[in-house]
Design a protein around this ligand. Structure first.
Ligand code: PXP
Length: 240
């Protein structure tokens, strides 16, 4: 049965959209998400601090009861923060200041050496590392070579695809990538862009052990409340 890791970045996005307010509180969202069954809490501490702040990660480290997953770029600043706060898992992602959200997987062909050094430093300190990558066997092979514990397969291009034909094509790449990573004994997660409709497509893809979902849950929570939004997604993920 797959797990659900709830990304609460956009609770902080709402807070940061107004200067001088301290609500909504991401820690409160994390507590409600866990009460509703979340298997983990995810935050992305970006270089530009556009949503989650370092203070949030520190507070979450104290409060989160399941596991705290920190998404971050492979930079010396972020490595220092991760070594200090010690999240349960780090997910390495590419970061581009101009992007609205993470746009694609980390390109391990380009960044193999840097990412390998980051993995060695973090895992040497007992923090398992996952790498967010596109569903491409060459990327998975490198993730395995450089000793990553897990990969998170990028599902955003599938969710955003405009035609059924393109969706089928990308889904088959995700499926092949998940099976290949599983065969190499990498932990296999998936995420980005998933919502209450697209999640059902992953039924039967048992190699995927955890889905990381944020924007659709926080958006639904605005209307129905965080606990109900997480419970509804939790039920969908557990029925895959
Ligand atoms: N996984 C990764 C690596 C991400 O960067 C994000 C977005 O922060 C997510 C999953 C969650 O994506 P969404 O908010 O679209 O569900």
């Amino acid at each position: 049965m797959a797990g659900l890791a709830v990304n609460i970045d956009h609770v902080a996005t709402l807070r940061e959209s107004r200067e001088f307010v301290s609500y909504p509180e991401p820690v409160a969202a994390a507590v409600l998400a866990e009460l509703a069954g979340a298997d983990g809490i995810v935050v992305h501490l970006r270089e530009d601090r556009r949503h989650i702040q370092e203070r949030d990660v520190r507070a979450l480290r104290q409060i989160v009861q399941t596991k705290l997953i920190l998404e971050m770029a492979s930079t010396s600043e972020m490595i220092g923060i991760a070594l200090d706060i010690k999240p349960d898992v780090v997910t390495l992602v590419p970061e581009n200041r101009e992007e609205l959200t993470t746009e694609g997987g980390l390109d391990l062909m380009l960044h193999k050496e840097t990412v390998a050094d980051t993995i060695s430093t973090l895992q040497g300190s007992g923090i398992p590392v996952s790498i967010f990558i596109d569903p491409n066997p060459d990327q998975i092979k490198i993730a395995h070579q450089i000793n990553a514990s897990m990969v998170e397969i990028h599902t955003g291009t599938y969710c955003d695809a405009s035609t059924a034909k393109l969706k089928d094509h990308i889904l088959s790449k995700i499926s092949q990538a998940a099976k290949y990573a599983y065969k190499l004994k990498l932990g296999v997660n998936a995420g980005h862009g998933l919502c209450y409709q697209t999640i059902n497509t992953f039924k039967g893809l048992s190699e995927i052990s955890e889905f990381s979902i944020g924007h659709s849950i926080v958006s639904r929570a605005v209307l129905v409340g965080m606990e109900r939004a997480v419970k509804e997604m939790f039920a969908l993920v557990k029925s895959l």
